[in-house]
Design a protein around this ligand. Sequence first.
Ligand SMILES: *[C@@H]1O[C@H](CO)[C@@H](O)[C@H](O)[C@H]1NC(C)=O
Ligand SMILES: *[C@@H]1O[C@H](CO)[C@@H](O)[C@H](O)[C@H]1NC(C)=O
Ligand SMILES: *[C@@H]1O[C@H](CO)[C@@H](O)[C@H](O)[C@H]1NC(C)=O
Ligand SMILES: *[C@@H]1O[C@H](CO)[C@@H](O)[C@H](O)[C@H]1NC(C)=O
Ligand SMILES: *[C@@H]1O[C@H](CO)[C@@H](O)[C@H](O)[C@H]1NC(C)=O
Ligand SMILES: *[C@@H]1O[C@H](CO)[C@@H](O)[C@H](O)[C@H]1NC(C)=O
Length: 381
Amino acid sequence: MALLWLAVLLTLICHSMTTDHAISDPDPPITNLRIDPQRQRLVWDQHGNVSEIGCYVNSKLLAKANGKLYCSLGDLSCEVKNYTVKVMNGQPFSAWIQYPKQGNPWAAADNLTCRVHDVDQLSCSWAVGKEAPENVQYYFYLKHSLETWPCPKYMQNQQGVNVQCHFDSISLQPQPQRSQPLFRFLVNGTSGGSKIPCRETLHRLQEIEILAAPNITKTWCYENYSFMEWEVRSLFTEDLKYELEIRKGTDLAYREETELETLRLRNPGPYTVKVRAMDSVFFRSRPQGQWSAPQHLDCDRKDASFPLWLVYLLAPLGALLLVGLLFLCRRWPVMRKLFPRVPHVKDPIGDSFQNERMVAWDPEPESQEECPVTQVQVLET
Ligand SMILES: *[C@@H]1O[C@H](CO)[C@@H](O)[C@H](O)[C@H]1NC(C)=O
Ligand SMILES: *[C@@H]1O[C@H](CO)[C@@H](O)[C@H](O)[C@H]1NC(C)=O
Ligand SMILES: *[C@@H]1O[C@H](CO)[C@@H](O)[C@H](O)[C@H]1NC(C)=O
Ligand SMILES: *[C@@H]1O[C@H](CO)[C@@H](O)[C@H](O)[C@H]1NC(C)=O
Ligand SMILES: *[C@@H]1O[C@H](CO)[C@@H](O)[C@H](O)[C@H]1NC(C)=O
Ligand SMILES: *[C@@H]1O[C@H](CO)[C@@H](O)[C@H](O)[C@H]1NC(C)=O
């Protein structure tokens, strides 16, 4: 009997030492629950006939252990998480641990939010943890596979605690591809020499991009149509569509979507329009883009379109200009070659001048040298 008690006691001690918080079970099927950081696994020892085990991270099912003594976790977060294993067949049993084991999770930075904006800017902000000590200081890191970029520029709250980080140009970071890399956005901290648990989010840059306001490049009127063209620059989002908000006269504004980078409206009268870009597939889960400055267009105004009377006025002027240009061009050597001068032929009857030299007259001697001029010596008859 004493031996049995000893066995039970030993199991209990062993139990509470290895698996932090398992249901008191004299013969637990799972013991020594732990993290193997090198292999990024949740590992345990197993006793008895247990066939089905589920692994949970923060109460969400991650994987089933199908006969193995571990679950693969992938990249281990720096954040404190609750790792649980549950026996899913037969007698219910579960055990859990927290990892990493450090400090008060409520001291960690809270509500970490990051945004790409204005094409290549990255800004992150966070709140001071509710139970953070007075002398807390937070530090931000951007990570991608083995590279780490510490925050280049912090902004602080009134107590001097870092609560925002700004990267001026992330175009130098890995370039966008179809399969965009995942970045880690990490905030850890210290307080009087001791560590503060970290906070972390993982995103592809396109997922957190606030698309920049489209640049309106051109507006014009043609016949009864009004046109507007715009362009948007993004380093990370590839497939864009656009939302337009149009207000005609005193009507209520309405919105419409287009995949084109042009708007064409027939007989719109005076109207105001603004446009913003969105990811054409994932627009629901993305931050909203910025609206362009509103454009006021009015094709009915006489000077809004290129007036026809001006065309009639300018056409003869243009023709005159062309003739003038042609006249000037005739003086150029090249034009000379293209249109060589036909030398005058002496009129044997009506000519009253003697020894007349019929030469193309050029007042500039240099240009006379450049272009050989046909000289005709007229002989007396
Ligand atoms: C383990 O349990 C399964 C059913 O859950 C049973 O079929 C099997 O025979 C048991 N194996 C041992 C060794 O007890
Ligand atoms: C960890 O999760 C399990 C269930 O998934 C729960 O029973 C346990 O209380 C959690 N531990 C903490 C510290 O939240
Ligand atoms: C984080 O955001 C939630 C929801 O907006 C809010 O209730 C909470 O107070 C915020 N945390 C801090 C530390 O401000
Ligand atoms: C915070 O994280 C960075 C990057 O992982 C690390 O270099 C640094 O030592 C950490 N600082 C603290 C106080 O934990
Ligand atoms: C333009 O619209 C006016 C009335 O709005 C119409 O009378 C005219 O025929 C239209 N012109 C063209 C070229 O469609
Ligand atoms: C939009 O205009 C601004 C200022 O004129 C310029 O800096 C920016 O590069 C333009 N964007 C695009 C997509 O042309």
